[in-house]
Design a protein around this ligand. Structure first.
Ligand code: ADP
Length: 628
């Protein structure tokens, strides 16, 4: 048995915990989609109450019809029944449409709760497999049976509806017990026996139903792991294996489709012989049968009592229909209430997992200082004796790095693979915090700044940048609104002017395609993509421009073009380049040479060459293989 399976089975939450967890989840959902619950609650409550209105009015109508038969009273009741039914139906139908519309967008805002948290996580945590595993588990559990927030958003309003159903049932049936029979029949043993049976039946249902419901929920909880793995299994053998492009050859060659069909038949926990169907056919079926039998017995007892009281003159025929209808509904409501209670309790185990994920503390992004907006771009950043170890690693990736960025200058960062260049950029952008030492912006530790504000002074082209499957302009602006002149200017600067004029037939509206939408617009090559990423970083117009291997995908001519036009591209920004190609560094004001996590040399191209140190060694090594 896996750890996780044990966890879910053995998790026992007290009533207080259950209430606390559900209350917090309610707050989170209500904040994510205000109005959603108001609508759902209203619809469920209307659905619960409308039958009672008709029931009550019809009973009064029948009582009048079988007694005094006054035409004006009869007319009043008929009009009231028609009017109220119409109001309930029209309102119910309108609200239900609105609810359906809300339901259709539910997955969007629930996913956003997780997506937002994933973005708010410290980068180090987002990078950590345990964190992503936590989220995967939540999503997988949700995918099968909607356990977690999905079930909660359905169950809580349903619970409110059930409570109203029960309350309405009680309100309309109380008088059954209080209205006296004719004086001559009072105290009849038959009536007492009828009352005893009715009360006994209700008590039996009240006591046994929750026990049975809890047993069923417990059995369902035990299938959690089978559900999760079954979901993966089902997706792979039931779908992915047939459609995945990379499997197209193998599946034909080895007839893996036959194997997949066999697996679906035999190994699938969702199949006819899997745990879920066994549960449905076995325990769940038996429990369902016993519960239905119990409530039928209870109904029988109640019917008997109603008939006895009517027989001995406590009320007329109209009230009989009222009591029978109300008690029927009350009995249904009580068993729904008990089963819903057990289900909500069971679902709380998954809500707890959701909260555990949402509660992962964000330690890095706690700063609150605003970053001063400076039109002169005088942002001074300094590394002061910075050392850094990745979480869980014993080796230092950076050691005692001291560096000051001179505003408006171009700095090249060079060094062999693994020397710490990318780590240096990650710390600069505060994706990680230094293990020792500090990084200052205008003399203040960058931890003290609001994270988003601090980020806004950087524009980075990462090595593994990603473009969007969206129009060119929206890609450049990273948003729906795009300043067209500025976007075209950035494309020109990034060396895409000619490409834009000849290839982008719909201008900035030209769609950039990834695989899925190949016929919708144009495909971009690796080199074009890299230049587009540069254009996007220029559009952001941040005072710091960081380019991590910005020419890796470019052909030698384009690479030369980018570097010779560096001044034009960068303008007055402070620029930092990471590059393997030392020839590109000649265009920079200063070069920092990284080696085993340390900055071992710093200076201009000529100065470093004449020093005859590491830089000269790297330069000479490259000169041997490439024409510099
Ligand atoms: P460069 O960019 O110069 O190639 P990096 O900054 O990527 O070097 O890596 C510096 C050192 O940190 C290397 O020893 C590398 O293995 C290690 N490192 C990089 N990323 C991680 C990580 N996420 N977790 C642990 N170690 C890492």
């Amino acid at each position: 048995m896996s750890e996780e399976k044990k966890d879910v089975k053995e998790e026992k939450l007290s009533l207080r915990e259950v209430l606390g967890i559900n209350r917090r989840i309610f707050g989170i959902c209500a904040k994510a989609r205000p109005g959603f619950f108001v609508l759902r609650f209203t619809v469920r409550i209307l659905e619960a109450l409308s039958p009672y209105v008709t029931l009550y009015c019809s009973a009064r109508f029948l009582d009048e019809l079988t007694a005094a038969r006054r035409p004006e009273i009869l007319t009043r009741w008929v009009l009231l029944i028609l009017g109220l039914t119409a109001v309930f139906r029209i309102a119910g139908s309108l609200l239900k449409r609105m609810e359906d519309a809300q339901t259709a967008t539910e997955s969007y805002w629930i996913n956003w709760i997780y997506g937002k948290k994933a973005l708010e996580l410290d980068f180090a945590q987002a990078d950590d497999a345990r964190c992503s595993d936590q989220l995967t588990q939540i999503l997988q559990t949700s995918n099968y049976g909607g356990r977690g927030i999905w079930q909660f958003t359905y169950m809580l309003p349903a619970l409110a509806g059930i409570l109203f159903k029960v309350a309405g049932g009680i309100a309309l049936s109380v008088s059954l017990f209080t209205l006296p029979v004719k004086p001559e029949y009072q105290g009849l043993p038959l009536l007492k026996a009828g009352l005893g049976l009715a009360v006994g039946g209700i008590l039996a249902v009240l006591i046994l139903s929750p026990l049975l419901a809890a047993k069923r929920v417990k059995a369902e909880l035990a299938t959690t792991e089978a559900g999760r793995s079954g979901n993966r299994f089902y997706f792979f053998f039931g779908f992915q294996i047939f459609t995945e492009e990379k499997r197209a050859l193998d599946i034909r060659m080895y007839r893996q489709d036959l194997y997949a069909l066999e697996m679906m038949e035999k190994g699938n926990s969702w199949g006819l012989h899997g745990v879920f169907q066994k549960l449905q056919k076995g325990l769940a079926g038996v429990i369902g049968g016993i519960t239905a039998g119990l409530s039928q017995c209870m109904m029988g007892c109640i019917y008997l009592y109603v008939c006895l009281k009517a027989w001995y003159g406590a009320f007329g025929v109209g009230s009989v229909t009222q009591y029978v209808g109300a008690l029927l509904s009350l009995a249904g409501g009580i068993s729904e209430l008990l089963s819903m209670g057990a289900q909500m309790r069971g679902n709380t185990v998954f809500l707890k997992q959701v909260l555990e994920y949402l509660d992962i503390p964000n330690e890095m992004y706690q700063g609150s200082l605003t970053v001063e907006k400076r039109s002169d771009r005088q942002y001074g950043v300094e590394f002061k004796d910075v050392s850094f170890r990745y979480p869980g690693s014993r080796e230092y990736a950076l050691r005692h790095v001291n560096m000051r960025f001179n505003v408006g200058e171009k700095l090249a960062v060079v060094g062999q693979n693994g020397s710490g260049k990318t780590t240096f950029i990650k710390l600069l952008c505060r994706l990680y915090d230094p293990t020792e030492g500090e990084i200052l912006l205008n003399g203040i530790n960058i931890r003290k700044y609001d994270y988003q504000e601090y980020m806004s002074i950087f524009s980075v082209v990462f090595q593994d940048f990603q473009l969007l499957d969206a129009p060119l302009g929206e890609n450049i602006a990273a948003g729906l609104s795009c300043d067209e002149d500025r976007a075209v200017e950035c494309l020109e600067k990034a060396g895409l002017g000619e490409w834009y004029r000849t290839k982008a037939d719909k201008g900035l509206k030209t769609w950039l395609c990834q695989r899925e939408n190949a016929d919708k617009g144009i495909q971009v090559s690796g080199g074009e993509g890299q230049k587009l990423a540069i254009a996007r970083s220029l559009y952001r117009d941040a005072p710091f421009l960081v380019l991590d291997e910005p020419t890796a995908a470019l052909d030698p001519l384009s690479e030369y073009e980018v570097y010779t036009r560096l001044n034009e591209i960068v303008e007055d920004k402070t620029a930092i380049y990471i590059s393997h190609r030392l020839s590109s560094c000649r265009f920079c004001d200063e070069i920092a040479v990284f080696h085993e996590g340390q900055v071992i040399e710093k200076g201009s191209h000529e100065g470093l060459l004449s020093q005859g140190g590491k830089y000269a060694e790297l330069w000479n090594a490259q000169a041997r293989y490439y024409q510099q």
